[in-house]
Write a protein that binds this ligand. Sequence first.
Ligand code: PLP
Length: 410
Amino acid sequence: MSQHKHNPAKEIQNLQFFGEFGGVNPSISDSATYTFLKAKTMLDTFEGNAEGCYLYSRHTSPSNHYLASALAKMENTESANVAASGMGAITPVILQLANAGDHIVSSRTIYGGTYAFLKNWVPKFNINTSFVDITDLDKVEAAIKPNTKMIYAETMSNPLLELADIEGLAAIAKKYNIKLVVDNTFTPLIFTPAEMGADVVIHSLTKFINGANDTVGGVICGTTAFINQLKNVNDGSSMLLGPVMDSLRSAQILKNLRTLPVRMMQHSKNALYLAKALEKDGLKVKYPGLESYPQKELFDRMKHPEFGYGGMITLDLKTGEMATKFMEILQDKNVGYLAVSLGFYKTLFNAPGKGTSSEVPEEEQAAMGLSDGLVRMSVGLDFDIEETYQKMREALDEIHFFKHNLSPQN
Ligand code: PLP
C-alpha cells in the first residue's frame, strides 16, 4: 500500500454530490447569470463575501464549482478553478504570478504550447524565462535570479517523459520564496504534486481526466487565496481573460472523472506490457516502468503505487521516415489513431518533433534529445494487448526496422 497520506482515488470514490431533485448527478446549471433577492447580497458577492452565491458564470457556476471541488480533492489542494482548456489554465497562472520585468525558471521539456507562450508571448511584457534541464536541481537553482517568481515544470514531461523531483524543486522554491507550478497532465492519480510541496497544480482535462477526446478543458488547483486572486473581478487573470468552461462540459467531465482510477490502471497495465515486449525486441523504449528508465527510483519514491507507471511510452525509430511509416501502418491496422493528444480509450501516436513540440526550435530539440524518429504513444484501454503487440511487431517488420537498425538481440 501507499506510504502517502492522501489517496486520490478514494477522494474520487467518496464524492457525494446530490442533484437539485435528488439526482445521483448534480443538476446542470443552465444560466450565464444569477439573480439576487437583495441588492446587498449582489454587492457582497462582487466583493467575494457571499459564500454559496453565484454572480456570473465567467466567475463560476454551480456545475464548474462541483468539478473544481472534485479536482481539488483529487489533487489535495484547498481549492480549484476549472478553465476552458489546459492552456486556459496555464496562461492565467503565469500571468497572475509574473508581472512585467519578472523572470521564470522553466523546464525545457514541456508541452510545446506552454513553451511557445513562455518563449514567444510573455516577453512582450518583459517577462523572460530561463529554460533548464529540470532533472538537474543544481542547474535549476543556479538559474534563479532576484526577479524570479516561479519554477514551472511538468511532473512527467511532454514528450520526453522526464521526471521532475517535486520535493527537490519545492525546497528550492521555498528557499527563494517563489512559487512551484506543476502541470500534472500526464500523471493524474499517480502523483499528487501538492502533497510533495507544489504550490499550484494544473491539468489539461482534455487528456486522461476526461478521457473521451470530445472536449478541451483545464483546471488550476491551489490555495483558496490563490484561486480567489485568479477569480478576482478587479485583477484576476482567469476572470479578466475569460477562459471559462461551459457548464454542460464540466458536468460531463465530472461524470468521466469517476472512472479515472480504473482507466489509469488499465492504461498503465497495457503500456507496461508493450514497453517490456518492445524493449525485449531491441527497440529503444522509454517508459517509467522499465528498469532502463533513468529515473525509476525517483518515480517509485513519488508515486501512488496503485496506478502503475502511466499510459505514455516513447519509441525511438531513428528517422522521421521510419516513424511516419510505422504510424501510418499502425493506423491501417486499427491499432489506434495518428493524432496528437493523449489519454483516450484508443492508442494515439504522433512524432512530437514535427508535431506537438514543433514550437521548440530544432537546435533545442537536439539538445534535449528529441529526435525526428521519436514516436510518442498514449496507450489505450485495449482489452487484448497481446494482439496489439503482435500488430506492432508486424508494422515494425513491414518497415524493415530490424533489418535497417538493430537486430532484436542488441
Ligand atoms: N499540458 C500538457 C502536458 C499537454 O500535453 C497539453 C496539450 O497537449 C496542454 C497542457 C494543453 O492543454 P489543452 O490542449 O487542453 O489546452
